[in-house]
Write a protein that binds this ligand. Structure first.
Ligand code: ADP
Ligand code: MG
Length: 723
């Protein structure tokens, strides 16, 4: 069976040629956004007054009135129908990891037996999907199963072309009857509003005219691509997204011949096709390259505002998966599809920009700008220190547990890499500022004009979970498979609280007659002193760091079960509530869903492990034991002595016995009930997962001796290197 799949894969690869690429022709700049109802289309198709009203909603978050919505709906429908659309859908991000859509036709029968294509403002603004099957963590009792989707005008509508049909996709928020958020977009938008308010307070003190600050982000997506025949032959890849068995190949990533290496033709054709689709959808993907592990790649866009970037990131993941079969490939977004080689992450580049076009985390040209930069930068440092647990919780998942702290990804301890130069500057701030309260203004000597900070190439310190890279922070512990909504929300709300605190202190000092620069000079040393334990520029993989972090009192939450409670801690609940990002019920519902998701994921994996053990690996092991046994018997019958044969037989029999015992033990451990989801999660972590690991070790030992023809699963050697 193994070799049959291998044969299929090899013929497919042999028969594939670049001429089969189906990427649409046309220059990217001409096709970019062609499937988006973007600003240019809106301007062209909407009456001026409607267009202006819509812009006001988009830019200043002003409410939209019904007549405007009607006009927008009409224009959007006409545009969509011209492009062949027959349906529209409210597209939303429920509390599962994926996006949801329900398609409705524009078609409306008329009394004369004909039909018209219609789409009203009401249908644009509000939808009522039958939402009872989405997880709500108790927010929506089943008798009140209604959930509403509400149009998010700040993220443009687009056309989904799939399976020969065209659908107008309307990005929406998903809320309950009582207005509580059942999705990830709603709190993201709330967190952006909250941050804007506080950031503007500070900018005002610095004399800025800005009235809005938006958070921006650029997520770098890592993924694996393997031949689809291999993928389809492995129940674990299909159902769990990762291999639950598989011995390490003789060649892994040790030769370091993959990173930034030449991209294979078929992969490149696939990438070009994905990019073409994404360009048409207005997703500004920009870079592509090989990653560290064999068959691992990366795609990254130019940054956008956080909510648009979050929608676009979901579209990137969906597109990567959807296009792969066209090229005979399967795209794996799991954090750790293959043991023993690097897993996949998603570096979340994050910054804040004002409506005057300034990046607030970009060091400035003169003293005034620099002090403002240091204020915003300190706010982030303080936020990450104060809410390190919350940030850690937002990236916790069963999949990411395989990565974090595994010497290939950032450790599970949250810390900030500032780089030597900025660290030095902050050290001067801390000292200089302390002096300046007595003698005034010695900060200028250190940071009069900041030297232009070199842009981090991204790899300078791969071991840091949160790094300053010249004009933005990069949250690197985010996982490849997750929505970036929660890490963004957590970062936004934590920074909001810091900005609020700093704004308050500065306003007091300025109110008392100080210049804002002097006020900052006095405040920043205190902020840095209180929060500098979070700054660490060394090797995050080292044992010494774990010890040192412990001394500094930093959290070291090694797995999801330990990390998740931080999402719903008293501090986190108060923080979310204070800035109206999530109320207590909304926080708890999300926490519950996260714990349940962990349990479900591990349960599925464990069930699959048992299934594959009994139905794939064990029969192969028994068959091989039989063959070796027959061979030994034949030698014996011929009067010979099969010493080595007997040894092999003993080894296979012993491994097979051990394998069966471990399978049964794992299976028995799944028959478990616990008084709470948390207790159940602990059982999965402490009993079930170690059981899976032990069973796999035996299977991998068997794989090393069982002949190729008998081994039932595609191997690492094949999956990762035949392309
Ligand atoms: P590197 O990771 O090598 O530093 P880049 O500097 O090109 O690479 O940036 C990586 C990602 O960071 C890209 O997606 C880019 O758009 C994003 N990025 C750059 N500037 C900002 C910003 N101000 N806010 C958010 N993301 C940004
Ligand atoms: Mg990077």
């Amino acid at each position: 069976m193994g070799s049959a799949v291998l044969g299929e894969a090899i013929s497919a690869i042999r028969d594939w040629s670049v001429s089969k690429t189906t990427a649409p022709a046309g220059r990217a700049n001409e096709t970019f956004g062609s499937l988006v109802f973007n600003d240019a289309e809106q301007q062209k198709r909407l009456p001026k007054s409607v267009y202006t009203a819509l812009r006001r909603t988009i830019v200043n978050s002003e409410p939209l009135d019904a007549s405007v919505a009607d006009a927008v709906a009409k224009a959007a429908k006409e545009w969509a129908v011209e492009h062949g659309a027959t349906h529209y859908t409210h597209w939303f991000q429920p509390l599962t990891g994926i996006t949801a859509e329900k398609h409705d036709s524009f078609l409306n029968p008329t009394s004369d037996g004909k039909a018209v294509l219609e789409f009203s403002g009401k249908e644009l603004i509000k939808g009522e999907p039958d939402a009872s099957s989405f997880p709500s963590g108790g927010l929506r009792s089943t008798f009140e199963a209604r959930g509403y989707t509400a149009w998010d005008p700040t993220s443009p509508m687009w056309l989904l072309k799939s399976g020969g049909s065209v659908t107008l996709v309307i990005p929406t928020a998903f809320v309950s009857w009582t207005g509580e958020a059942l999705d990830k977009k709603t709190p993201l938008l709330r967190s952006m509003d909250a941050l804007s308010k506080q950031a503007v307070r500070i900018l005002k003190l610095f004399g800025s005219k800005a009235s809005r600050v938006t958070t921006t982000c650029g997520p770098e997506q890592e993924y694996f691509l393997i031949d689809r025949y291999f993928y389809l032959s492995r129940p674990d890849l299909i159902n769990a997204g990762r291999t639950l068995f598989g011995a390490a190949p003789p060649k892994g990533q040790e030769l370091e011949d993959q990173y930034f290496g030449a991209i294979p033709d078929r992969v490149l054709a696939y990438m070009a096709d994905c990019e073409a689709e994404l360009y048409a959808l207005g997703v500004p993907v920009k870079t592509r390259h090989n990653e560290v592990a064999p068959s691992q790649y990366e795609i990254a866009p130019v940054f956008e505002t956080s909510n648009v970037a979050t929608d676009h990131q979901m579209m990137v993941m969906e597109t990567l998966k959807r296009i792969a079969p066209k090229y005979g490939l399967a795209c794996l977004l799991h954090e750790k599809p293959f043991a023993g080689v690097n897993g996949s992450g998603k570096h979340l580049n994050w910054s804040m920009g004002d409506d005057q076009g300034n990046n607030l985390l970009s060091p400035g040209k003169d003293t005034h700008d620099n002090i403002q930069f240091l204020v915003f930068c300190s706010a982030v440092i303080r936020a990450v220190n104060k809410y390190q647990g919350l940030l850690r919780a937002t990236i916790a998942s069963a999949g990411n547990d395989h990565r974090l702290g595994a010497n290939e990804a950032p450790p599970a301890i949250i810390s900030i890499f500032l780089g030597d130069m900025l660290t030095d500057i902050f050290e001067q701030v801390e000292k200089g500022g302390a002096k300046s309260t007595k003698s005034g203004g010695s900060l200028d000597t250190g940071v009069g004009v900041l030297p232009k900070l070199p842009r981090d190439a991204g790899d300078r310190n791969r071991t840091s979970p949160f790094a300053f890279t010249g004009n933005k922070f990069e949250f690197r512990a985010v996982s490849s498979n997750q929505s970036i909504a929660y890490p963004n929300i957590a970062l936004n709300v934590a920074v909001t609280e810091s900005l609020d605190y700093i704004a308050g202190e500065l306003e007091k000092a300025v109110g008392a007659g100080k210049s804002v620069e002097d006020a900052a000079r006095e405040l920043l040393p205190k902020v840095i002193k209180e929060n500098k334990r979070i700054i660490f520029n060394g090797n995050g993989y080292s044992k010494e760091w774990e010890k040192e972090a412990g001394k500094r009192g930093l959290l070291n939450l090694k797995n999801t079960v330990d990390a998740l409670p931080q999402f719903a801690s008293k501090e986190a609940v108060a923080l979310f509530d204070k800035y109206k990002v999530l109320n207590e019920r909304e926080v708890h519902s999300r926490y519950e869903i996260m714990v349940e998701t962990y349990n479900k994921v591990v349960n599925v994996e464990a069930q699959l492990t048992v299934l594959m053990a009994n139905r794939y690996v064990l029969p192969a092991a028994l068959e091989y034991a039989k063959q070796v046994g027959q061979s030994v018997a034949a030698v014996k019958a011929g009067g010979g002595k099969s010493v080595e044969g007997k040894k092999l037989l003993d080894k296979v029999v012993k491994l097979t016995d051990e394998f069966k015992k471990r399978t049964d033990k794992l299976e028995a451990s799944l028959d478990h009930s616990a008084p709470s989801a948390e207790k159940h999660a602990k059982h999965f972590r402490d009993v079930v997962i170690p059981g899976m690991v032990a069973l796999r070790a035996t299977s991998d030992a068997l794989e090393a001796v069982i002949p190729h023809e008998l081994w039932p699963l595609a191997t690492y050697r094949e999956m990762l290197f035949i392309k």
